[in-house]
Design a protein around this ligand. Structure first.
Ligand code: NAD
Ligand code: UFG
Length: 330
C-alpha cells in the first residue's frame, strides 16, 4: 500500500517508516520538522535501502496537504504529527489544541475527499487517566490532567464520529504506553530538544555525563518500591504494531493498547539500564511531579487476539538500544 505518514521524521514515525518499508509498503512522509530533522529521512533510506517521498509541510495547512493527496494514490494514513510535551501543553494550550486537533480534522477531510479509507491514529494511554490498572480498551476514559491528553481524547472522538456516518472508513486508535529504545542499528532513535521530559532519554543523558543526576519524582506511591510504574515498550515493537493494525484494518473503529502488559518502576528501570550497559546512573529522590499517576500498564489481549501483534523485546533490549543510539548521536 501507499501510506502517508504524517510526523514520519519524528521518533515513533521514523521507526514506523522503517517497519512499513520492510513490510513492502511505499511511504510518503509529511512533516514540518518542528521537532525533528530532515536527515532522519535519509537515515530511514539508509537502513532500508528503499525510497521515501518527503514533503516538508504543516499538516494543518490544507492547501499544502491536498497537493500530497492529489499527487499520490494514497491507500492509508498514519497520523503521528502532533505536539507531545505535557508540561508545554499546560503553558500553551491553544498551540496544542490547534495543532493536534486541526491536523486530525484536515487529514480526515482530505481522506474523505480522496476516498482514503484507512486511518491509523497515534493515541496515548494518557486517555485512561487514573483508572485501575491494567488499562483495558473498554474502560470509560477519565479526564487527563493536561491539554495534550485532552487533544488525544478529542481526536479519538472526532475520528469515531466521522466513522459512524462513513461506513467504509476504517480507523485504528492506537493507545501507546511508554515508547523507549531505538532501532538496533543505532542510526535512528529519540533525540529530544533541550532537557528531556521523559525518563529514558533523561537516563541516557545522565549516563553520558551531559546531566549530572536523574531526579526521581516521588518514592511514596503505592507501588512495588514507591516509584512510578509504567509499561515501557520498545519503539520497534510499537512500529510493528502499526503495520499489523494497518494490515488487519476493517471498517469501523478499532481501539488497541500497544504496550507489553508489564509494569516497571523507575528504580527498576534505572537498575536494568545500569546492568544492561554496565554504567552508573546517579539519582536522587525528589517531590512527586504534578499530574503523574502511580501506575500505568496495558491489558494487551485485544491487540494479540485481533491483529496478531505482541511486543517481543524486553527491558534489557530497550536499555541497550536506547544507550547505543545515545552514544552514536551527537
Ligand atoms: P515526535 O515529536 O518525535 O514526532 C512528531 C513529529 O510530528 C515530529 O517530526 C514533528 O516535526 C511533526 N509535527 C508536529 N506537528 C506537525 C504539524 N502540524 N505538521 C507536520 N508535522 C508536524 O513525537 P513521537 O514521540 O514520535 O510521537 C508521535 C505521536 O505519538 C504524537 O502524536 C504523540 O503525541 C504520540 N504519542 C507519543 C508518545 C511518546 O511517549 N513518545 C506516547 C503516546 C502518544
Ligand atoms: N520520571 C522521573 N524522572 C524524570 C522523568 C520521569 O522520575 O526525570 C518518572 C515519572 O514520574 C514517571 C515515569 O518516570 O513515573 C515515566 O515518566 P515519563 O515522563 O517518561 O512518561 P509518562 O508516563 O509521564 O508519560 C508518557 C508520555 C506521555 C504519554 C504517556 C502515556 O510522556 O505523552 O507516557 O502513558 F501520554
Amino acid at each position: 500500500m501507499n501510506i502517508l505518514v504524517t510526523g514520519g521524521a519524528g521518533y515513533i514515525g521514523s521507526h514506523t517508516c522503517v517497519a512499513l518499508l520492510e513490510a513492502g509498503h511505499t511511504v510518503i512522509v509529511a512533516d514540518n520538522l518542528c521537532n525533528s530533522k530532515a536527515e532522519t529521512i535519509d537515515k530511514i533510506k539508509q537502513i532500508t535501502n528503499k525510497e521515501v517521498t518527503f514533503y516538508k509541510i504543516d499538516v494543518t495547512d490544507e492547501v499544502a496537504l491536498e497537493v500530497v493527496f492529489a499527487t499520490h494514490k494514497i491507500d492509508g494514513v498514519i497520523h503521528f504529527a502532533g505536539l507531545k510535551a505535557v508540561g508545554e501543553s499546560v503553558e500553551n494550550p491553544l498551540e496544542y489544541y490547534y495543532n493536534n486537533l486541526v491536523s486530525t480534522m484536515v487529514l480526515s477531510k482530505l481522506c474523505k475527499k480522496y476516498n482514503v479509507n484507512k486511518f491509523v491514529f497515534s493515541s496515548s494511554a494518557t486517555v485512561y487517566g487514573d483508572n485501575k490498572v491494567p488499562f483495558v480498551e473498554t474502560m470509560n476514559l477519565l479526564p487527563t490532567t493536561n491539554p495534550y491528553g485532552e487533544t488525544k481524547a478529542m481526536s479519538e472522538r472526532i475520528l469515531t464520529d466521522i466513522a459512524k456516518v462513513n461506513p467504509d472508513f476504517s480507523v485504528a486508535l492506537l493507545r501507546y504506553f511508554n515508547p523507549v529504545g531505538a532501532h538496533e542499528s543505532g542510526v535512528i532513535g529519540e533525540a529530544p530538544n533541550g532537557i528531556p521530559n521523559n525518563l529514558m532519554p533523561y537516563i541516557t543523558k545522565v549516563a553520558k555525563g551531559e546531566l549530572d543526576k536523574l531526579r526521581i519524582f516521588g518514592n511514596d506511591y503505592l507501588t512495588v518500591d514507591g516509584t512510578g510504574v509504567r509499561d515501557y515498550i520498545h519503539v520497534v515493537d510499537l512500529a510493528e504494531g502499526h503495520v499489523a493494525a494497518l494490515d488487519k484494518l476493517t471498517a469501523g473503529v478499532h481501539i488497541y493498547n500497544l504496550g507489553t502488559g508489564e509494569g516497571t518502576s523507575v528504580l527498576q528501570l534505572v537498575k536494568a539500564f545500569e546492568e544492561a550497559n554496565n554504567i552508573e546512573v546517579p539519582y536522587e529522590i525528589v517531590e512527586r511531579r504534578t499530574g503523574d499517576i502511580a501506575s500505568c500498564y496495558a491489558d494487551v489481549r485485544k491487540a494479540r487476539n485481533e491483529i496478531g501483534w505482541t511486543a517481543k523485546r524486553g527491558i534489557v533490549e530497550m536499555c541497550r538500544d536506547a544507550w547505543r543510539f545515545e552514544k552514536n548521536h551527537k
